[in-house]
Write a protein of this length. Structure first.
Length: 394
């Protein structure tokens, strides 16, 4: 199959930040495309001069478009979608609603996100549940054979991060979903780093719940997130927090929770961000997520190959399939020093510290953390050359 043609000139023309910096921090927060930023500014200007309630009423269709756009992104239905202020809170709203009791088991991964592990441990302490960490396979991703072998009658939830915050790997979520379906175990997928980078189809993935952020590969505003809940689960889960948007108060003793995924929302939210995230998702879909994934993975593979030729650099990426996150250490410099020196060249990267992937980093002896360079489709081969040259200068 020939490579997909990508209009890089348009991508960079519509990314105004490209004129100021080489942005290899897309796994932290990507540069917002001009059409999305302009829409957000326009909405906020209307808020300022027309009033917040009035603007929300006038832009009702744009706010509703968020649900339609997200449904297209994940191959769900609009009533299975909720807008939440960030990916962690979206994930929390499902996880803390999930019924767990004494002896129930949560299965997860060595590479699981630190915030998720904290939540598992908190609930385990509260209700006597057990957190089971499935070992890695030889690629450093979840061992699906061990996962299947660990499932028993006490297993109430399988919960993993699709792309961990540091390490470059893509966990085999589709195979995890197949196993979960075969055993009738609900499956929660944290797609914080994969939404907008990798095609997501909840039917193919077999997940019952999916959470993601707007600010990373979807290139939406900060303070935005999304949640997918499979329809058959919506009314089975009562959110840990309710208000008069999520539920109706009937009398002094009775309330009724709404029957769509918006039961996981609050009445007050970042309205401008919700509408702009819908615009950002439409924008990503206009490029085609398959095309985005091909370009991102190709750029990342080239960056890894170039860094591998530098004696002082040790790559740290795992996984049979690797994504746009490229992680490494320098033999003589701390990860903070590398980040600061790159910043002098107007190159943005981030550092992935222990708390985000504590179990994985402990197992691999990565006490200093990792430098994380994460590329997106608007990055170029020339930027990779300049990045590598800056590393060599160190």
């Amino acid at each position: 199959m020939p490579p997909i043609t990508f209009d890089i000139e348009r991508a960079r023309r519509e990314t105004r930040g490209c004129e100021r910096a080489i942005h290899f921090n897309n796994a932290g927060s990507a540069m917002t495309p001009a059409p999305v930023a302009d829409y957000l500014y326009e909405y906020l200007r209307d808020d300022e001069v027309k009033g917040g309630y009035e603007t929300a009423a006038a832009r009702h269709d744009a706010l509703e478009n968020f649900y339609k756009a997200t449904a297209r992104l994940v191959n769900g239905d609009p009533d299975e979608i909720a807008f939440v202020e960030n990916a962690t809170r979206a994930w929390d709203m499902v996880f803390y609603a999930f019924p767990l009791g004494e002896g129930d088991r949560i299965l997860t991964t060595v590479s699981e996100y630190g915030s998720n592990l904290i939540a598992y441990l908190q609930r385990a302490r509260q209700c006597g549940a057990e957190v089971v960490v499935i070992p890695n396979d030889n690629y450093g991703q979840i061992d699906t054979t061990a996962l299947e072998g660990a499932i028993d009658s006490r297993t109430k939830l399988i919960s993993i991060s699709h792309i961990p915050t540091g390490g470059g790997l893509v966990n085999p979520a589709k195979e995890v979903g197949r196993i979960a379906r075969a055993h009738g175990v609900p499956f929660l997928l944290d797609a914080c780093q994969s939404a907008g980078q990798i095609p997501l189809d909840v039917e193919e993935l077999g997940c019952d719940f999916l959470s993601a952020t707007g600010r990373k590969y979807l290139r939406g505003p900060r303070g935005t997130g999304l949640l997918y809940v499979r329809r058959e689960w919506i009314t089975k889960l009562e959110p840990p927090l309710l208000d008069q948007f999520a539920a109706d108060l009937l009398d002094a003793e009775t309330y009724v929770v709404r029957e769509d995924a918006r039961r996981f929302e609050n009445w007050e939210r970042y309205f401008a961000g919700q509408a702009a995230l819908g615009v950002a998702i439409d924008y990503a879909m206009s490029w085609g997520v398959e095309a985005i994934w091909e370009r991102v993975s190709t750029l990342a593979a080239r960056l890894r190959a170039e860094l591998a030729d530098i004696r002082e650099i040790k790559l740290a990426d795992e996984g049979e399939v690797k994504c746009g996150l490229v992680t490494f250490q320098h033999a003589r410099l701390s990860v903070g020093d590398v980040k600061d020196r790159l910043a002098e060249h107007r190159i943005n990267v981030s550092t992935s510290s222990g708390p985000g992937m504590r179990l994985s980093y402990l197992a691999r002896g990565l006490e200093d953390g990792l430098v994380r360079a994460s590329v997106h489709y608007y990055n170029t081969d020339d930027e990779i050359d300049r990045f590598v040259a800056a590393i060599r200068e160190m």
